[in-house]
Design a protein around this ligand. Structure first.
Ligand code: 5GP
Length: 124
């Protein structure tokens, strides 16, 4: 649940209430193509639980789940790119976080020029 009490958009994607192209799923993690890609490969990787609003909370509250998320990112990158990738956690509205259900942006193999400025995925 978000602070508003409504399920987050990512909870609804995990529940198949909202369509998305799901590229990987484990018991606790789901990964799907971003609806507004900022790179040739742009995948959102998120815990199914909406308990943690950002990566700092996740790291403090369930570090093992953060490790799982990174492992999923690595496995996905191995299949959709050359295995090299950027992993971006926007943390706070001022750096572009819009969904307060912790998630990583997997960007690969390289970001499209000029798409990572302030207001999108943070700072270069
Ligand atoms: P944030 O800005 O919070 O770091 O990242 C949220 C990301 O979720 C954005 O890149 C945005 O494009 C993506 N997103 C928002 N709503 C949807 C949706 O309904 N489906 C998918 N696939 N991605 C979404």
């Amino acid at each position: 649940m978000s602070s508003t009490g409504e399920p987050s958009i990512f909870t609804r994607i995990a529940a198949r209430e909202i369509p998305a192209t799901i590229v990987a799923e484990t018991d606790r993690i789901i990964a799907f193509n971003d609806i507004a890609p900022q790179a040739p490969v742009h995948i959102v990787i998120t815990p199914k639980t909406s308990q943690y609003s950002n990566v700092v909370e996740l790291a403090a509250g369930d570090p093992g789940l953060l490790v799982e998320l990174v492992e999923v990112a690595n496995a996905v990158a191995a299949t959709v790119s050359n295995g090299q990738f950027r992993l971006v956690f926007n943390t706070g509205a001022a750096v572009g976080q819009t969904v307060f259900h912790v998630h990583a942006h997997l960007l690969a193999p390289q970001t499209a020029a000029g798409t990572l400025g302030e207001g999108t995925l943070g700072f270069r």
